[in-house]
Design a protein around this ligand. Structure first.
Ligand SMILES: Nc1nc2c(ncn2[C@@H]2O[C@H](COP(=O)(O)OP(=O)(O)OP(=O)(O)O)[C@@H](O)[C@H]2O)c(=O)[nH]1
Ligand SMILES: [Mg+2]
Length: 346
């Protein structure tokens, strides 16, 4: 009984020792020695040892836990740093890739822009070509309109002869019934300019080539005179003869400053005169304002005007200049003569 009490006391003592050992477990060995010194010390010593071992284990567990915690924190920190760096690298890579993509996109846009500029230039050229083509079509259309009018007139007029289109026209039987002043001559001779001067008294603009007809009426001193110009371009000359039958006078205009074309002009004139043997003829040696222009004597010779047969012939040197307020004396003479001839025919 005493032994048990002693053992209980020993246990109690040991508990105290263990409590101390919790904080100062390193001094356990001395407690052990002390326990061994007491009676029943071996059992006490075993219990103490067991308790100490248990405490050691606990402490070791605590230490281990703390170490584990510490290791875990460090690992987490390291992991966080690694992850942060990885994210940073990833972000940098992404930014670089984005930058490269933008550069590529930009270059593509530059190329696309250049292509559009080229395309635009091509469209401008194409457009210009279409404008030119359109103008050509307009001219072609006008020529067709003229041709159409000629054909219509031919159908309506019984005195027009289809044979007149051949190179050897048949002379017209009568030449006394005309009412028009027919104005002919090679292109650029000055026919339209003359008619403009006669109708307005002034040449205030450059004339465009006549693509077909140019009909002008002049009323003067109660007299109504109709002028008809037919364009002098090569393709229009075939129509000249068709209007001879209606003419009371043929005004044939030549560019006196361009004698190289006299041969052609003379051939056409000869054909015309053959068709109307007594039709009055007025030849205007135009562009006398140009220093190199031939005189009327030279024009007379070059056009073989001595061979025009028995008809009234007038040869006048003329010129028309843009902006001059008065008609040149030659044009005035021509105008007065035309009025006289027109009066005489009434
Ligand atoms: N220097 C000068 N130029 C003239 C004269 N008469 C006409 N011209 C010019 O010559 C060019 C042709 O004149 P137009 O009157 O159109 O000639 P056209 O005979 O009617 O020609 P087509 O209609 O093509 O048959 C125009 O530029 C006129 O300004 C002139 O007396 N002197
Ligand atoms: Mg003309």
């Amino acid at each position: 009984m005493f032994g048990e009490r002693l053992a209980a006391a020993a246990v109690l003592g040991a508990s105290v020792v263990i409590g101390v050992a919790y904080f100062f477990w390193s001094s356990a060995s001395s407690s052990e020695k002390e326990a061994q010194k007491q009676p029943g010390g071996e059992a006490l010593s075993a219990a103490v040892k067991q308790e100490e071992a248990s405490e050691k284990q606990k402490v070791a567990a605590v230490v281990q836990t703390e170490a584990a915690n510490k290791d875990g924190e460090e690992e987490e920190e390291e992991e966080a740093v690694i992850q942060s760096e990885a994210r940073k690298e990833e972000k940098e890579e992404e930014e670089e890739e984005e930058e490269e993509a933008l550069v590529v996109q930009n270059e593509a846009l530059v190329v696309q822009n250049e292509a559009l500029v080229v395309q635009n230039e091509a469209l401008v050229v194409q457009n210009e070509a279409l404008v030119v083509q359109n103008e050509a079509l307009v001219v072609q259309n006008e020529a067709l309109v003229v041709q159409n009018e000629v054909l219509k007139e031919e159908e309506e007029s019984p005195d027009l002869h289809p044979e007149a289109e051949t190179s050897e026209p048949r002379p017209v039987e009568s030449d006394s019934e005309g009412s028009q002043v027919l104005v002919l001559g090679l292109d650029g001779a000055g026919k339209t300019s003359l008619l403009h001067c006669l109708s307005t008294g002034i040449l205030d603009q450059d004339m465009k080539p006549t693509e077909g007809f140019n009909a002008v009426s002049i009323n003067r001193d109660g007299l109504h005179i109709e002028f008809l110009e037919i364009g002098g371009k090569e393709e229009l000359r075939q129509y000249w003869q068709r209007y001879l039958s209606k003419a009371l006078l043929l005004v044939f205009v030549v560019d006196a400053s361009d004698p190289q074309r006299f041969t052609v002009a003379r051939k056409h004139l000869e054909v015309l005169l053959t068709s109307r043997p007594r039709l009055p003829l007025m030849v205007l040696a135009n562009k006398q304002d140009i220093p190199s222009a031939l005189s009327i004597t030279d024009v007379h010779d070059d056009l073989s005007l001595s061979e025009v047969g028995e008809r009234q012939l007038f040869l006048i040197g003329t010129y028309m200049k843009k902006g001059e307020v008065e008609l040149s004396s030659g044009v005035q003479d021509a105008r007065d003569l035309i009025i006289q001839i027109a009066c005489g025919s009434k």
